[in-house]
Design a protein around this ligand. Structure first.
Ligand code: PMT
Length: 219
């Protein structure tokens, strides 16, 4: 059975959104609820793994027995993920990381009528790609990427698999409000061998399916 099949293994998971400050009261973010990443962290812990969960701000409690590293920005998530990756046997990148951040977070609240130019044109710069950066450093780690797509799900997932040096990618179709925030999901596993379609299932069951797949790659 799969009861304690991750005993002695280190699993790291990124989860939730990142938030990128514009000023002390405003930020850019996305609809990730953290449910996917938290379900994986919980399942891995129940299966005996030593789990580090690096999470953007979400209103979920830390799963029991899991080391929670709370972060806000993509830069913070990058630093925490770098630290955890070295010792990880399985690294799951389920977070919805903001691709861009405001170039400069204003120190004081940008006031309407005073700072209209700044509020009307927020200059953005690129965030580091956490998965691609750590994928390039892969040694013994099994690297699991996610892809949230609105079209050409398989094609885009295959591109991410190669570009980010993942072992496999869990691909979501995020049209019509699916995946983000829901309790269930229907995904594809995309790896060098091909594509595996999974049926609609709860994120809890999906977490075990992702861990089962990752176990096949353990070196
Ligand atoms: O949190 P939930 O509400 O349960 O929703 C789950 C989810 C839909 C957010 C999740 O299943 C998911 O698909 N996460 C990835 C969303 C995403 O941002 O996809 P992407 O195609 O932009 O990124 C591809 C991969 O690169 C992902 O593994 C992502 O974590 C990673 N990435 C992306 C950008 C970046 N700067 N750093 C990264 O590590």
């Amino acid at each position: 059975g799969m009861s304690r099949d991750l005993e002695g293994r280190h699993v790291m998971v990124t989860a939730g959104p990142t938030v990128e400050p514009i000023d002390p009261v405003r930020y850019l973010t996305n609809h990730s609820s953290g449910k996917t990443g938290y379900a994986i962290a919980r399942a891995a812990s129940l299966r005996g793994a030593d789990v580090t969960l690096i999470s953007g701000p979400v209103p979920l409690p830390a799963p029991e027995g899991v080391r929670l590293v709370p972060v806000r920005t993509a830069l913070d998530m990058m630093a925490a993920a770098e630290a955890a990756f070295r010792d990880a046997d399985i690294a799951v990148f389920a977070a919805a990381v903001a691709d861009m951040r405001p170039k400069k977070a204003a120190e004081h609240k940008l006031k309407k009528g005073v700072a209209d130019a700044e509020l009307g044109t927020i200059e953005l710069v690129e965030n580091p790609d956490i998965l691609a950066t750590l994928g390039a450093r892969k040694e013994h780690q099994v690297v699991v990427g996610y892809a949230a797509e609105t079209h050409d799900v398989v094609g885009n997932a295959q591109k991410k698999l190669l570009a980010k040096n993942a072992d496999f990618v869990v691909a979501n179709d995020v049209r019509e409000g699916r995946a983000f925030g829901a309790d269930v999901n229907e995904v594809l596993f995309v790896d060098a061998e091909g594509v595996e379609e999974l049926p609609l299932m709860t994120k809890e069951r999906l977490a075990d399916a992702v861990l089962n797949k990752a176990l096949q790659y353990l070196r």
